[in-house]
Write a protein that binds this ligand. Structure first.
Ligand SMILES: Nc1ncnc2c1ncn2[C@@H]1O[C@H](COP(=O)(O)OP(=O)(O)OP(=O)(O)O)[C@@H](O)[C@H]1O
Length: 398
């Protein structure tokens, strides 16, 4: 949906001089600095899929805001380009660019002004006025957006009756009224207290589950990035140092800087079942011969076989005892062997939520995908390893 190619931005030099300086030698940052400029973003490339929540994370001054401002060309890149749905934003006419900013891309900032003398509903509808949408339609859309952010009944209130978190929801509602394809959120929750922040994050995830917007979310808080991001791009000094999913970044930090950053994160909340699972030892299909499955079980010394139904979902677990009985009775399929007891969790369940479920059954915890198909298993030892390494990391950091 959005593709950024080799974005580079130099401030405080003319574009021509900036480009000459960038070409001057290998140490671009230094060359720019010596010429009196600031290399805010240096050769950053990424693409954001439709429906993805893409997080850009980095400390203050790492170039995050400059990157997102280049996406809708509020900042013009020195070199590089942005493609929006395949169209080069740099080649858009002023009119197309206005359309992009007003209708297709919504923005939410950390601080934005609500009009104190207007109701929350009117505030939420504000963005539509400039677009010439009739008043009745404006208010209807504002009500719908307020509903989406959990303020459905409060449209008649005035901003000063609202807490910081509620005001920020009004800002989000304002961005949603135009039903944009993409939402760009620049540190939207940074000014909120931790509890409110947490509840806003949950609200955003809920909104995302229901509406699947394409969201680019900027934050300097790694825990927030991990909680929200489908993928996270870590920036430092204008460059991308790592791009991946939260569990990928935790498991394999690209360098010491990212490692130091992630050692602060509570891994038990970030590591998912998918990140710690391994392939199941023995699986079987419902129509199979019990004797053959029993032979496989004995070879692997597993204590049960996960049996899948024709639709791919788990039908149950066949234990060695049930399989031997069926084999003795010369039964032709596994239908009557499904006695084994097991538990399954979705692959995106965090470790902290499933660790107590392991070890309670003869077979390891089953991990299933969205269509309830078996994708892996988590034996108890795997969980203990993951928790131990999480704890080790925390004590190292302390
Ligand atoms: N308009 C500008 N003119 C000159 N320098 C700028 C301008 N905007 C940003 N910079 C510089 O570019 C670098 C990157 O800034 P940017 O605001 O993109 O970082 P950031 O990661 O978003 O930081 P923050 O979280 O503090 O907003 C910084 O050194 C900043 O001082």
């Amino acid at each position: 949906m959005i593709e950024a190619r080799h974005l580079t931005k130099v401030f405080d030099l003319s574009p021509a001089r900036a480009r000459r300086t960038l070409d001057a030698g290998p140490d671009r940052a230094r060359a720019v600095r010596e010429a009196g400029g600031v290399l805010a973003v240096d050769d950053v490339s990424f693409s954001v899929e439709r429906g993805e929540l893409f997080v850009i994370m980095g400390l203050s001054g790492s170039g995050k805001s400059t990157v997102i401002r280049m996406i809708n060309r509020l900042v013009v890149p020195t070199t590089g380009s942005v493609l929006y749905d395949g169209t080069d934003v740099g080649g858009m006419t002023p009119r197309q660019l206005r359309g992009l900013r007003n209708e297709r891309v919504g923005m939410v900032f950390q601080h934005f002004a609500l009009f104190p003398h207007r109701t929350v509903r009117e505030n939420a509808a504000y963005g539509l006025k400039a677009r010439g949408v009739p008043r009745r339609e404006r208010l209807r859309r504002a009500d719908r957006a307020l509903e989406q952010v959990g303020l459905g009944q409060r449209g008649g209130a005035y901003p000063d009756e609202f807490s910081g978190g509620m005001q920020q929801r009004v800002g989000l509602a304002r961005a949603l009224t135009t039903d944009p394809d993409v939402l760009i959120m620049d540190e939207p929750f940074s000014a909120l207290d931790p509890l409110t922040r947490r509840s806003m994050q949950e609200q955003l995830l809920e909104l995302q589950r229901d509406f699947r917007k394409t969201i680019i979310f900027v934050t300097h808080d790694l825990n927030e990035a991990m909680r929200l991001g489908d993928r996270i791009m870590v920036m430092r000094d204008g460059r991308t140092i790592q791009l991946g999913t939260g569990p990928e970044i935790i498991a394999r930090p690209a360098d010491g800087y990212v490692h130091d950053f992630v050692s602060d994160v509570d891994r038990t909340r970030v590591l998912t079942a998918a990140a710690v699972m391994r392939p199941p030892w023995v699986t079987a299909a419902l129509g199979e011969d019990p004797a053959a499955v029993l032979a496989r079980l004995e070879r692997s010394r597993a204590r049960g076989a996960y049996v899948t139904a024709p639709d791919g979902g788990i039908a149950g677990v066949a234990t060695p005892e049930a399989l031997s009985a069926a084999a003795a009775e010369r039964r032709a399929d596994l239908e009557h062997c499904l006695g084994g007891d097991y538990t399954a969790v979705p692959d995106d369940t965090p470790l902290v939520e499933f660790c107590h479920l392991t070890g309670g059954h003869a077979v390891p915890l089953a991990v299933v995908d969205r269509d309830k198909r078996l994708v892996g298993v988590v034996p108890r030892a795997r969980v203990l390893d993951a928790i131990a390494s999480a704890a080790e990391d925390r004590s190292e950091h302390a």
